[in-house]
Write a protein that binds this ligand. Structure first.
Ligand SMILES: [Zn+2]
Length: 389
């Protein structure tokens, strides 16, 4: 074969993939289950309309990445705030989210339902949703849970970094061997009102309990695969398979340290020193956020580089373990202290996943599921279960 014939043949083979990519990118719904930007609106006056060289989401970059819908995380980490601040802080952050969405009405709209997401996406705007990270934030009150639902919260992670009265955290004390009796009651109430049960952060036994007791499919809003990267925050295959079997979705966390064991080891070793430096800065008011970010960057640079292709491998592993209906995206952008993979630095980069999945042999229908439709389907199923009295 002459060189020119070979080039011609390669070009002919490459064309359909290019066409498929262009066609998909015209209307694909890219739906991310977990992005933590809202606290920056409150603490730093971070504004979505401006393009930034730091953090991972703003409107100009969201437009470049064709991002269609986001479940924004509302939280107050139990280790960072005293218990009396948990509820007020969560309310302040969700208030800041609503205010920021309203201030950018040309580009985004708050969504309460799966139908809202589809309508807003068709109008070419971002559908902004809200979620609550950690059962500690509702103060052991199902009334507070319902009030949060009225404010737009559409999933709640049962526990965060610490165990609580509902569930054991995977990084906390083992209080209940899984879900407590109150935790099971909470799951029932979430099903009744149509709030998705999120099983990220909770112990494997608590996940299996939640899957068993939930009448609606659950999600893991930002979790990666333990088989691919054996670290404490990731999910083992039996848990992933159990979630998928009941129609749930595991939304992959993009944290470079959660995708790659070697990167995690360096991160874990340096974390106490990093956190001590950050604490020294945040102890002084006004807080110098540029200095905080500089410390985060300095420690991130000590970690081995992790490519976005690792992310594709986690996606592929979960698809093979639990089926293609069980995979989604839960980047954890703006919650990972800048530790994003190379090639997936911020929300402008999602299209590389579409390209990557085409190259890995996924069909258009499967790519649409992974990039957003699976998560949308679970949201709709939770609404349907809530309608059945
Ligand atoms: Zn988290």
């Amino acid at each position: 074969m002459t060189r020119s014939v070979a080039i011609f043949l390669l070009a002919a083979l490459a064309l359909p993939a290019q066409d498929r990519y262009a066609k998909l990118m015209r209307d694909i719904l890219i739906f991310d289950a977990h992005i933590d930007t809202p606290r920056y609106f409150l603490d730093e006056g971070y504004r979505l309309r401006d393009e930034h060289k730091y953090y991972e989401l703003d409107i100009p970059r969201m437009r470049k990445g064709k991002l269609g819908a986001v479940m924004f995380g509302i939280y107050a980490q139990p280790q960072d705030f005293p218990p009396e601040r948990w509820l007020p802080r969560s309310l302040e952050v969700i208030d800041a989210l609503h205010t920021e969405v309203a201030a950018n009405a040309k580009d985004m709209e708050f969504a309460y339902t799966a139908a809202d997401v589809e309508r807003i996406h068709k109008q070419g705007k971002l559908a902004a949703m809200a979620s609550l990270e950690g059962g500690h934030l509702i103060g052991d009150s199902l009334g507070v849970l319902r009030a949060f639902h009225r404010l737009g919260i559409r999933y709640m992670t049962l526990a965060h970094f610490a165990s609580n009265s509902f569930a054991d955290s995977m990084t906390g004390e083992k209080l209940h061997t899984g879900l407590s009796k109150f935790g099971k009651e909470l799951v029932g109430e979430m099903n009744r009102i149509g709030m998705i049960v999120d099983v990220s952060h909770i112990s494997d036994k608590a996940v299996l309990d939640a899957v068993e007791f939930s009448r609606s499919p659950v999600i893991a809003s930002h979790s990666s695969s333990l088989a691919m990267a054996p670290i404490v925050r990731n999910m083992p295959d039996n848990v992933i398979a159990a979630i998928g079997k009941r129609g749930g979705v595991i939304c992959i966390n993009f944290h470079a340290g959660y995708l790659d064991k070697a990167a995690y080891s360096v991160y874990f070793k340096n974390r106490p020193a990093r956190d001590a430096e950050i604490k020294a800065i945040t102890a002084k008011t006004p807080i110098d956020w540029d200095a905080v970010r500089a410390v985060q960057k300095k420690y991130f640079e000590k970690m081995p580089k992790v490519s976005y292709t690792e992310l594709l491998k986690h996606i592929d592993h979960i698809a093979k373990t639990a089926g293609v209906d069980a995979v989604g995206l839960g980047s954890d952008f703006d919650g990972i202290s800048g530790m994003a993979p190379v090639g997936m630095e911020d929300v402008s980069k999602y299209p590389v996943l579409v390209k990557g999945l085409i190259d890995m042999g996924y069909s258009d229908a499967d790519i649409r599921k992974i990039m957003g439709q699976n998560l949308l389907r679970v949201l709709r199923q939770n609404e349907e279960v809530a309608k059945q009295k």
